[in-house]
Design a protein around this ligand. Structure first.
Ligand code: PDD
Length: 286
């Protein structure tokens, strides 16, 4: 089941949820978006998501036209419908496009942003992710350089990530890790990446070219609170393969253990116990 809101109006039928072909989100990926979950009617880290939406928009010189309160009201409206329909866990995607106008790259051709919220039921993550872990590849597609299209802008332009994800799919893997032009690890296609080596949790710095994930921030906070060693540091693909544990993080996936990268088994080939320990803390706080 999906509940869709377009510019404040809830559409009961998915087939009626349409926007113009002249919308710049459609034509150019000229939009920003956020994805979060709603659990038992509570929107996950809403303020952090709205802050990031605003930061993404400002980085592309787009000024959000609604107040945070109004985005929140519309999100809650969608979430409430889903909750009333009996869905305890839902996916929420908030998309703000620059709007519709003449076909030109000039952003000023559009003046009214389109605000789309797509809500749908989100089943609990498969237990196999935590029992067995997942396998990823290192993609040959590099992550966009920060000075070309900053990966820390959560825009609707995901072709870079789609190309990498497709490599993983075609090879029969769960997802792909993307490197930057220096050969350092950045992130996965819709999640951040972590390793544990000699008891230290490590994740690449934002300057490597990645999205400042909200789950990533929460894991950093949890590590600090529990006195667990942590470093924000660059590492290469081969350093990653030499890790004791590896995992990815995102708002809908939480922490997912990675047990194989390309042909290399990570650690003992089982989900790492430090990863699972932090996952438990993360889930206990939801
Ligand atoms: N993806 N990196 C990329 C490229 C992402 O698209 C995401 C989120 C993340 C993790 O960010 P967060 O912890 O805030 O969810 C990292 C969402 C879930 C998506 O596009 O579906």
């Amino acid at each position: 089941m999906k509940v869709i809101s377009i510019n404040g109006q809830i559409l009961d039928l998915e087939k009626d949820a349409k926007i113009s072909v002249l919308d710049r989100g459609f034509l150019y990926g000229d939009s920003v978006y956020e994805v979060t979950e709603v659990r038992n009617g509570k929107v996950g880290f809403l303020k952090a998501h709205l802050d990031r939406l605003q930061n993404s928009a400002l980085k592309m010189h787009m000024h959000l036209q609604l107040s945070f309160k109004e985005y929140e009201r519309r999100i809650i409206e969608v979430a409430t419908r889903l909750h009333e329909a009996g869905h305890d866990r839902c996916y929420i995607r908030l998309v703000v496009t620059r709007g519709e106008g003449e076909i030109t790259l000039d952003p000023q051709a559009a003046s009214n942003q389109n605000v789309i919220i797509i809500g749908k039921e989100l089943p609990e993550n498969p237990t196999s992710w935590y029992d067995d872990g997942v396998e990823v590849i290192i993609a040959s597609t590099l992550r966009n350089p920060v000075k070309s299209m900053d990966p820390n802008i959560k825009s609707g332009n995901y072709l870079n990530n789609i190309l990498a994800y497709n490599e993983a799919k075609e090879a029969g893997y769960f997802d792909a890790i993307m490197l930057n032009q220096d050969g350092n690890v950045t992130e996965c296609t819709t999640s951040n990446i972590w390793i544990v080596k000699d008891g230290i949790f490590k994740t690449p710095p934002i300057a490597a070219g990645l999205l400042k994930g909200i789950t990533r921030e929460n894991v950093i906070r949890i590590l600090g609170k529990h006195g667990i060693a942590f470093e924000e540091v660059n590492f290469t693909g081969s350093e990653l393969k030499d890790a004791d544990e590896c995992f990815l993080t995102s708002s809908t996936k939480y922490l997912v253990p990675i047990v194989k990268v390309d042909d290399t088994i990570i650690g003992n080939g089982k989900p790492g116990c430090k990863t699972l320990q932090v996952l438990d803390i993360f889930k206990s706080e939801l």
